[in-house]
Structure formats: structure tokens, C-alpha cells
Design a protein around this ligand. Structure first.
Ligand SMILES: C[S@@+](CC[C@H](N)C(=O)[O-])C[C@H]1O[C@@H](n2cnc3c(N)ncnc32)[C@H](O)[C@@H]1O
Length: 365
């Protein structure tokens, strides 16, 4: 059976309706057939989209600089959703160069195919650190250190909701005339946790990410002490629920083209939603975290001295590439402002260097 048939069977078994989160979960993570589990290329210029670590090593070097400050207290790093393994290599390369390798670098990854790619990349480019990397099948207990999640929350399946007859209904998926289509059912989740503005107009469609809130709680529970760095595209609540964003933030990506149709190329295109950082901050506070800061990716990288890598580089070709890569990472028209960084702390004292230049925490609290 192909993925399309598997999803159709699930819908049929469920009286012709499944929530969008369930559809997204199968489309992205069905073992062996979902977008992140099958062997398709995905990341990079000849894939479907480019993430910050795939854009430049400097991204990982800056994160490593921030890790270095925390590793002085706790010698462990845990990365969620490590993709191709590029960010892990960049971080470990930088830390090895500065004689501050973590005791262990844990990776929690849902996709068996990506775990395999991560291992192969590390074996190829940094074999000397392989024995420090541990792929975990479940979350650890009493973790002490730095947790990193780059572009992970946007890949966590979200529920879609639509305002109809003055109140929100769940937007799910059904089969109609042999095609997958949106369908609606009454809502069985409590939206009080999400502070959705009452003023949103009839027909307004948006997302709520219940699983992302659950993820924050699980991260809090697995940690004894440390810092969590969440980097992703997204915004504060007012911007997320902007009156003009009437169709929400759902996007699909295939070969660098964006679409809003999740029912085509199932298993061969990425499906993603923007992160509502105010919701994440609420869930983090509720779990028990202290919210250390929130800023744009540009200011995060500038605080961590991304320009110094350029000024210190001696090789002129490398200097030219670094200059172009920095633009890609920090310009507002590229990734600089649409991507944000949220840092959470549990029993960790000391201000993080990454908010030296900007902290917009008031926007999300
Ligand atoms: C958009 S990719 C980003 C990959 C990588 N972090 C990067 O920046 O290139 C999303 C990644 O998150 C993983 N993922 C999604 N949900 C996850 C979860 N709950 N736990 C661990 N990994 C997850 C996916 O399998 C995939 O590796």
C-alpha cells in the first residue's frame, strides 16, 4: 500500500474524518513512507528547502559558542530533530577546536532514515567524535546541559481550526468524490489555553499546536538543569493571529516551491506551520521553565559575534562565501527576521551571551 492509500484507509476507518494533525503526522512520519522517513533528499539546494545549518557552518559555530558558555557548568548537549546531522557536525567541530567537547552529544530523531544519514555524515567528516554521539530512542532522565531544536517545532503536527457560525470548528480531512478534502467537526479541545483573539472574522482559519505544548512539558520533565534553545520561523501571538492571515500559516515545500495544498505529493513534500512563540512561552512557564529571552535569528547571531568569523578568515575565497552566507542568515529579507530564537532555563544561573544585543521577551509574555 502506498501512503495515500494508508491515509485513505485511516480516514475510512474513522467515519470519513481525521484531524489535520493526524493527517500531517502520517504524511511526515509514517515509518518508511512519510516525508521525513522515506529516503528522499529534502535538505539543501537540490532538495526541497534549506535550513540555517545547511546555509552556513557559521550558524552552527555561533550556536557552539553559546553552548560553550553552558558547557562550563554541564558537559552534555541534546539535539532534537538533527536532520542530515549538519548542525551536530558544526557544533562538535567548533567545540573540538576549542578543546571543549561535550562528554556526550545526544540526538533524538524520529526518522530512522535521518538517523542513518546523521551517522554517515559524522563518520565521514568528524569520525573522531563518533563515540561521543548517542542516538536516544526515548528521552533521558535528569538531563543536565543544552537542548537544541532547530526547525523542529514547525514540523510537529498541528491542528487546524476555522471560525464558522461565530465559533471555532476543527478542520480535518475527509474523502469526497475520491479526493482528499478539508472537512469540519465540532471542536473537542479547549481553546482557553491559546488566547485566540475574539475579534477574528468569520471564516478565519489558523492552527493550534497541542503537540508542541506537550513537547515543552516533556523537555521540562526530562531535564534536571540547563538551557533549551529553540530556533524556528514564527512570531508572537499578535502577529500570528494578524487579521489578514485568514488562511493561517500552513505551508508545503517541494523543490523550493511553496504551496498551500497538503493533499498533493503526499510523502514527497514537506508540510509545516509557523511557531506561535507566545504559546510556546506560555507552555514553558506552565511547565516550570524560566524564559530567558526571545530575539530574531539575526540579532542572536550578531550577539554571538558572527561577523568575527568573517574578519578573522584569511582565505579570500572563504571570506567571500562567508560574507554571502551571513547575508542569507541575517538579512530581514531572507532568514534574519522571520526566524526567532527562544531560550528557556531550568535551574541555570547566568545571562546568556546570545541576548546581548536584543531581547524581545516582552513581545511574547
Ligand atoms: C525541518 S527538519 C530540521 C532538521 C535540522 N534540525 C536542520 O535544521 O537542518 C525537522 C526535523 O525534526 C525531526 N522531528 C520532528 N519532530 C520531532 C520530535 N518530536 N522529536 C525529534 N525529532 C523530531 C524531523 O524528523 C526532522 O529531522
Amino acid at each position: 500500500m502506498n501512503l495515500d492509500e494508508i491515509i485513505r484507509n485511516k480516514i475510512t476507518e474513522n467515519n470519513n474524518f481525521i484531524g489535520f494533525d493526524e493527517f500531517m503526522s502520517m504524511a511526515l512520519y509514517h515509518p518508511g513512507k512519510g516525508y521525513y522517513s522515506n529516503g528522499s533528499k529534502k535538505f539543501g539546494r537540490d532538495g526541497d528547502f534549506i535550513t540555517a545549518p545547511e546555509t552556513s557552518d557559521l550558524f552552527g559555530f555561533c550556536i557552539a559558542k553559546q553552548c560553550k558558555q553552558i558547557l562550563d557548568s554541564f558537559p552534555y548537549i541534546l539535539e532534537f530533530g538533527a536532520g542530515n546531522g549538519t548542525l551536530a557536525c558544526q557544533i562538535l567541530f567548533y567545540l573540538a577546536k576549542h578543546n571543549q567537547l561535550p562528554k556526550y552529544y545526544y540526538i533524538v530523531e524520529l526518522s530512522a532514515d535521518l538517523k542513518d544519514r546523521q551517522r554517515k555524515l559524522i563518520e565521514k567528516v568528524l569520525p573522531e567524535v563518533l563515540d561521543r554521539i548517542i542516538w536516544l530512542n526515548e528521552l533521558p532522565n535528569e538531563f543536565e546541559g543544552v537542548v537544541i531544536a532547530n526547525e523542529v517545532i514547525d514540523a510537529i503536527p498541528a491542528k487546524r481550526i476555522k471560525k464558522m457560525g461565530g465559533k471555532f470548528h476543527e478542520q480535518g480531512v475527509c474523502i469526497k468524490d475520491d479526493s482528499l478534502e478539508y472537512a469540519f467537526s465540532s471542536l473537542n479541545i479547549n481553546l482557553d489555553d491559546y488566547s485566540i483573539p475574539d475579534s477574528l472574522e468569520e471564516g478565519y482559519t489558523t492552527e493550534v499546536n497541542i503537540q508542541a505544548r506537550g513537547w515543552i512539558h516533556s523537555v521540562y520533565s526530562m531535564m534536571k538543569r540547563g538551557v533549551v534553545l529553540i530556533i524556528d520561523y514564527g512570531m508572537d501571538r499578535d502577529t500570528f493571529y494578524h487579521p489578514q492571515r485568514v488562511e493561517g500559516t500552513l505551508r508545503c515545500y517541494s523543490q523550493h516551491k511553496a504551496s498551500e495544498n497538503p493533499f498533493e505529493n503526499i510523502g514527497m513534500q514537506d508540510i509545516t506551520t509557523s511557531v506561535n512563540f507566545s504559546d510556546l512561552a506560555d507552555a514553558s512557564k506552565e511547565a516550570g521553565f524560566n524564559i530567558e529571552g526571545y530575539c530574531t535569528q539575526a540579532m542572536f547571531l550578531i550577539s554571538l559575534g558572527i561577523q568575527e568569523f568573517l574578519s578573522e578568515e584569511k582565505d579570500s575565497d572563504q571570506k567571500i562565501s562567508y560574507a554571502q552566507e551571513i547575508k542569507q542568515l541575517i538579512l530581514p529579507s531572507t532568514m534574519g527576521e522571520s526566524f526567532k530564537v527562544l531560550a528557556l532555563k531550568k535551574d541555570f544561573h547566568g545571562a546568556l551571551v546570545c541576548f546581548k544585543e536584543q531581547n524581545l521577551i516582552d513581545k511574547i509574555l
